[in-house]
Design a protein. Structure first.
Length: 107
């Protein structure tokens, strides 16, 4: 692929990624959203994060087998407690990494 073709491809990928984010922002930025809709939108990031993390925490690799003894899940519990107690992103990340590392050493 030529350098020009590569640059065109990169720009096209940026436009395709940016447009779906820009249109809702432009369409909804000047409107007053109903209260129930605004509350619902606040829950979307937590729902997406849960959907991404849950398979890693609760299931083994293919074939998917439910498992409660995974180090990821065991490390997630004290990490969650730290997050609720301290409200510190950096502290929570450090606690999560240390818990996971310690569990991997033991298991």
């Amino acid at each position: 692929m030529s350098r020009t073709g590569f640059l065109i491809l990169m720009l096209a990928m940026g436009v395709v990624t940016y447009l779906p984010r820009m249109f809702p922002l432009l369409m909804l930025s000047r409107r007053r959203l109903p209260g129930w809709f605004a509350e619902w939108l606040e829950l979307v990031p937590a729902a997406i994060l849960s959907a991404l993390i849950a398979p890693t925490l609760f299931a083994q690799a293919a074939p998917r087998i439910f498992s409660l003894g995974k180090p990821e899940l065991l490390a997630a519990l004290p990490t969650l407690l730290c997050a609720f107690k301290t409200r510190s992103l950096a502290g929570t990340v450090v606690v999560g990494m240390l818990c996971y590392w310690a569990l991997k050493q033991v298991m």
